[in-house]
Design a protein around this ligand. Structure first.
Ligand code: AMP
Ligand code: ZN
Ligand code: FE
Ligand code: FE
Length: 290
């Protein structure tokens, strides 16, 4: 069993990269990909522990993007980038830093809005309980500590989520731009948790495939059996590679377990990683000059 989508303390997970690797080994996983939001900083520290314990570590990232639909508005889409053939290079890392900067501006506006609403929530306090990257989950955690809400879910529902009183959209790259950046850096771009999308995925897939989309996260702890079957069929039809993971965040997402998802509803087999590796090799073979 493997898990190709987990979050560490480098974004909004509650376990450090090293702890994640150790827990994955204990859970009997053969491979693990830390796919933090907008950062790959967890890879190097995790790699040290992984090489000593025999688990295969895959370098990955999760990027938030927007899908602009003419006349229909924008929708959020998360993209996973898998780098199976070494480091993505400085240009991609600089692009990720740009996304972190956008996130920082969003966080500033979010904190201001919460203060306007009468909540004593400063960005400094939120940052103090986060790691290097501050996300909405950290805002939620501070709001729980201060007694403004009882749970992360409630914080999102009332304040932080879309439709919430303090919801602040961040300036995200378009899906197409993010696909290009991941491709250019030698990575495989895959749509994260497509089951969450609230628009017709099929109408978008053909275009994204032309842009360089490599795969779909068919297996995910939020996907029902029906969704998995549908997404698998879509992946076959559009010749997209399949990926899968729990989206484990530790305490940030209660109920979701590393490797096994929500009440054991997830099982990602080794063939998924083999498929990603084959796709990665094809991609490199298809590049001009190689
Ligand atoms: P951010 O990247 O800071 O915009 O925050 C995104 C994170 O918030 C993701 O890790 C999600 O898991 C989490 N999230 C989004 N919506 C909700 C929700 N309704 N309840 C709990 N967590 C959420
Ligand atoms: Zn997250
Ligand atoms: Fe996501
Ligand atoms: Fe995620």
């Amino acid at each position: 069993m493997i898990d190709l989508h987990v979050h560490s303390t480098e974004s909004d997970g509650s376990l450090t990269p090293e702890q994640l690797v150790k827990q994955a080994v204990t859970a009997g996983l053969e491979a693990l990909a830390i796919a933090d939001h907008d950062t790959m900083a967890g890879y190097a520290p995790a790699a040290q522990v992984a090489s000593a314990s025999g688990i295969e570590l895959v370098c990955a990232v999760e990027v938030s993007t927007r899908f602009e639909r003419p006349g229909l508005g924008a929708k959020g889409v998360h993209l996973l980038g898998y780098f199976l053939n070494g480091s993505p290079g400085e240009e991609f890392l600089a692009w990720l830093r740009q996304q972190q900067q956008r996130r920082h501006h969003r966080n500033q506006r979010l904190a201001e809005r919460l203060q306007q609403l009468g909540l004593e929530v400063s960005l400094e306090e939120v940052a103090a309980l986060a790691g290097r990257l501050v996300g909405r989950v950290h805002f939620a955690q501070l709001m729980i500590r201060k007694g403004y809400v009882d749970s992360v879910a409630e914080a999102f529902q009332i304040y932080l989520g879309r439709g919430g009183a303090a919801y602040m959209p961040s300036e995200k790259p378009t899906v197409e731009e993010a696909i290009h950046k991941i491709c250019e850096a030698g990575g495989l771009a895959c749509i994260a948790h497509p089951g969450r999308l609230r628009f017709d995925l099929e109408s978008a897939l053909g275009g994204w495939k032309v842009q360089g989309l490599a795969g779909l996260e068919v297996f995910h702890s939020e996907h029902s059996g029906t969704q998995v079957a549908y997404l698998q069929e879509l992946a076959n039809r559009y010749e997209l590679v399949v990926t899968g993971g729990s989206d484990f965040h530790g305490e940030g997402k209660p109920g979701v377990e590393l490797g096994s998802g929500f009440r054991g509803n997830l099982r990602v087999e080794r063939w998924v990683l083999e498929g990603l590796k084959e796709a990665s090799e094809r991609l490199i073979g298809a590049r001009p000059g190689t």
